[in-house]
Write a protein that binds this ligand. Structure first.
Ligand code: SF4
Length: 214
């Protein structure tokens, strides 16, 4: 697959097909399945994690292991349907033994995330963990910026802890849930009690159909 193939991709499905064939970095040789992402091609909200883990590698689907179960719980608590958002990772193939992605792997793979964002054009990007945060905001620390939305152009970014971090440190669960509830407020400002506070200045203006989605 070449960059020309990617440039000619018209849809999220086209990009996913290219990712599944990709061998552009060494992870292409060690993976079982590439994991392009899953969800609605019309989603206004994009979640970006770190990298596939063991179960994701086996199934070719993102967030299906224990961290995925916690993600599902958090989405449910926030009243967000997983089918109506799109979920992917910073890199699309599992690093051996779930080690951290290497910079060359991130750099080689970033063309796919860039293409997915261009195709989806989400109003809200939720980064899960430090690698996705680093992709957009190099040098930021997740412990300092989590839960605080920021606006770049007409897109809102919300950095969150990765659900796996809350599995390893149960003390982060309440923090993660609180930050997930912020997503619901950003998606539908009308759901915020009071309705006129200045903290909503970064709120995402929902597309009309989003009101049906959530
Ligand atoms: S991690 Fe990305 S660049 Fe590397 S083989 Fe997988 S899809 Fe290709």
């Amino acid at each position: 697959m070449t960059l020309t193939d990617l440039k000619n991709a018209d849809t999220m499905g086209d990009v996913a097909a290219i990712i599944r064939q990709c061998r552009d970095c060494p992870l292409g040789e060690s993976r079982t399945n590439a994991v392009p992402g899953a969800g609605s091609d019309q989603a206004s909200v994009l979640f970006i994690g770190e990298a596939p883990g063991l179960k994701e590698d086996q199934q070719g689907v993102p967030f299906v292991g224990s961290a995925g179960n916690l993600l599902n719980t958090m989405l449910d608590r926030a009243g967000i349907s997983r089918e109506n958002v799109f979920i992917t990772n910073t890199i699309k193939c599992r690093p051996p033994n779930n080690r951290d992605p290497e910079q060359v792997e991130i750099d080689t793979c970033k063309k796919y995330l860039r293409s997915q964002i261009a195709k989806l054009n989400p109003k809200l990007v939720v980064t899960l963990g430090r690698f996705a945060l680093e992709y957009f905001f190099p040098g930021e620390r997740i412990s300092r910026v989590h839960g605080a939305p920021r606006q770049l152009g007409d897109r809102t970014y919300l950095p969150l802890y990765h659900p796996a971090a809350a599995l390893h440190n149960p003390g982060l669960r309440d923090t993660l849930l609180e930050d997930f509830l912020t997503i619901a407020k950003l998606i539908n400002p009308l759901s915020v009690a009071g309705g006129t506070d200045s903290s909503k200045s970064n709120s995402v203006k929902p597309r009309p159909k989003q009101l049906d989605l959530f």
